[in-house]
Design a protein around this ligand. Structure first.
Ligand SMILES: NC(=O)c1ccc[n+]([C@@H]2O[C@H](COP(=O)([O-])OP(=O)(O)OC[C@H]3O[C@@H](n4cnc5c(N)ncnc54)[C@H](OP(=O)(O)O)[C@@H]3O)[C@@H](O)[C@H]2O)c1
Length: 199
């Protein structure tokens, strides 16, 4: 992976960090950086097998490092399920002595509208609501470990758009797309077929 590297050599021994979506992309690289610096890193992943593969990869890559790396622990967390978020937070609050860093990294962008287990539009439910509930449920643990930090991954893409507060569930937007599609179908059946083609 290219891009910038964090030059800091600050050690994170005795620190505990949660990274959501730690099995891939930015989350995996973030977990690596924290692990290399000595942190106890909890890999919060929706698929335990993908999490275990990431853990094995990081342990292989960082093996024999000096000073020694911290530790990696795979924990199941599906941000598309508020029940899963509650169960995860309950386990952290029960089992972890401290929590110094919560990195809200997991995220997705979907080509079509789907819903989470709780009936929220999935992008909104996973990227925002799941992380919001998770942060609220872990706040006391974070405060008790002060100075602690919550880091929220975002995107520069927000500069190109705005929040439709009257349509957080994307239902009006979907109706608009369907209406435009129906109009196109009436005007040009051939073009509509091309638009709906998976190719
Ligand atoms: N990459 C960029 O250029 C870029 C730009 C702007 C913003 N961002 C933001 O940076 C963050 C990371 O992006 P990335 O490019 O590293 O993404 P990525 O490679 O697609 O990884 C996303 C991670 O989120 C996890 N995830 C998705 N749905 C989840 C759920 N319901 N519960 C728990 N975990 C879930 C994925 O797990 P699975 O592997 O199981 O699917 C994966 O580990 C995101 O919030 C993204 O919006 C990225």
């Amino acid at each position: 992976m290219g891009g910038h590297r964090v030059p800091s050599d600050v050690r994170l021994d005795e620190r505990t960090a949660i990274v959501t979506g730690a099995n891939a992309g930015i989350g995996l690289e973030t977990a690596r950086g924290l692990y290399e610096r000595g942190a106890r890193v909890l890999l919060a992943v929706r698929s335990v097998s993908r999490g275990e593969a990431a853990r094995a990869q990081l342990e292989r890559q960082v093996a024999g490092a000096a000073p020694p790396a911290g530790s990696l622990h795979v924990m199941q967390l599906d941000l598309a399920s508020l029940a899963s978020v509650r169960a995860f937070a309950e386990r952290i609050n029960r089992e972890e002595a401290r929590l110094d860093l919560l990195i809200n990294n997991a995220g997705l962008v979907l080509a079509e509208r789907t819903e989470t287990q709780d009936g929220f539009e999935t992008t909104f439910g996973v990227n925002h609501l799941g992380h919001f509930l998770l942060t609220m449920l872990l706040l006391d643990k974070l405060k008790a470990s002060a100075p602690a930090r919550v880091v929220v991954l975002s995107s520069a893409a927000h500069k190109r758009g705005h929040i439709e507060f009257d349509d957080l569930q994307l239902t009006l937007w979907l109706q608009l797309v369907e209406k435009l599609f129906a109009e196109q179908t009436r005007e040009s059946p051939f073009r509509a077929r091309a638009v709906s083609s998976p190719i």
